[in-house]
Design a protein around this ligand. Structure first.
Ligand SMILES: NC(=O)c1ccc[n+]([C@@H]2O[C@H](COP(=O)([O-])OP(=O)(O)OC[C@H]3O[C@@H](n4cnc5c(N)ncnc54)[C@H](O)[C@@H]3O)[C@@H](O)[C@H]2O)c1
Length: 269
């Protein structure tokens, strides 16, 4: 039985707990949240993860010590709880990949895993095809372009508001074109996907990103185009939002659950 700890109990954490409930090979034993969220999380956990301890810091001592930690909280949690777990030798699955666009964050995560003699899995989250992209890089890749297309309302409160009048758009408008690093810096709420494609492929500087406000769509559309010695790859996802958090794609939850289940599977993708 794999003892699982989850950091963050928002939309992804709660939905993942629901999906994992009753899994014969996994037990959610710890839920790590911010201090203000402890009482409410205890109430919710009683329903979806009975028996799980709700804590503000990960407990790595026996008997609670988890076999796996899944992060679905945010950038600060990666740099605190995940680093601490790795240093203590606990393997981690990370959803908030946007955290890794900052200069030394990737190196700090790697150093912590090295120190604890363990590993971090970065999930593909809301996008897909990262296995093919990473494989293609083994033979050499010349160009990776990620195009993120969302309804105009999804770009409210971002620098897109300085590029065009979002509420009056009648045709698609390119609101950003540049490197994945710059995209993650300027659009932190959309940083995860750009960072994911970059980290699986050519890196944050060489991955080209185009972000578009499109009044003709309702779903978030992620498109990736790759050329290299293997040939050419195009992949497009049209994601439905999670009912409990319209900013998060349902596929991001399924990706986390799949990664967690792999920890106890004998054969897996
Ligand atoms: N990789 C992807 O494609 C992808 C897709 C969607 C979301 N995400 C990321 O996953 C994370 C969770 O998404 P969500 O939709 O569940 O968000 P959410 O806002 O619904 O929930 C996040 C929860 O984590 C808590 N939290 C934040 N920092 C914390 C910390 N340091 N310690 C403990 N708890 C903390 C928040 O209070 C909140 O309750 C976000 O960082 C988001 O950017 C990644």
């Amino acid at each position: 039985m794999v003892k699982l700890a989850v950091v963050g109990f928002g939309a992804i954490g709660q939905e993942a707990a629901r999906m994992l409930r009753g899994d014969a090979r996994l037990q959610l034993t710890q839920i790590v949240v911010k201090p203000h969220a402890v009482d409410e999380t205890r109430r919710m956990a009683a329903e979806v993860a009975p028996g799980a301890c709700v804590l503000t810091e990960l407990d790595v001592s026996l008997p609670l010590r988890p076999d796996l930690l899944a992060e679905c909280a945010g950038h600060s949690a990666v740099m605190s709880h995940v680093i601490m777990a790795l240093q203590a030798g606990i393997p981690c699955v990370v959803a908030s990949l946007g955290a890794l666009h900052k200069a030394d964050s990737y190196a700090r995560l790697e150093a912590a895993a090295e120190c604890g003699g363990t590993r971090v899995q970065l999930i593909s989250g809301a996008v897909g095809g990262m296995d093919a992209l990473a494989a293609a890089c083994m033979g050499g890749v010349d160009r990776v372009v990620y195009i993120g297309r969302k309804p105009p309302r999804s770009w409210y409160g971002t620098p897109a508001e300085q590029v065009c009048a979002l509420s009056e758009l009648t045709a698609p408008c390119v609101i950003f074109a540049g490197s994945a690093r710059e995209a993650a810096r300027k659009f932190p709420k959309n940083a995860n996907v750009a960072a994911t494609v970059a980290l699986a492929g050519l890196g944050l500087e060489r991955t080209q990103v185009e972000l578009i406000a499109d009044p003709g769509i309702e779903r978030n559309v992620h498109r990736m185009e790759v050329t290299g010695s293997f040939g050419r790859l195009e992949i497009q996802l049209e994601n439905l939002p999670l009912l409990t958090n319209p900013k998060t794609s349902a596929l991001a939850v399924y990706s986390l659950v799949s990664a967690v289940r792999n920890a106890s599977a004998r054969i897996f993708f």
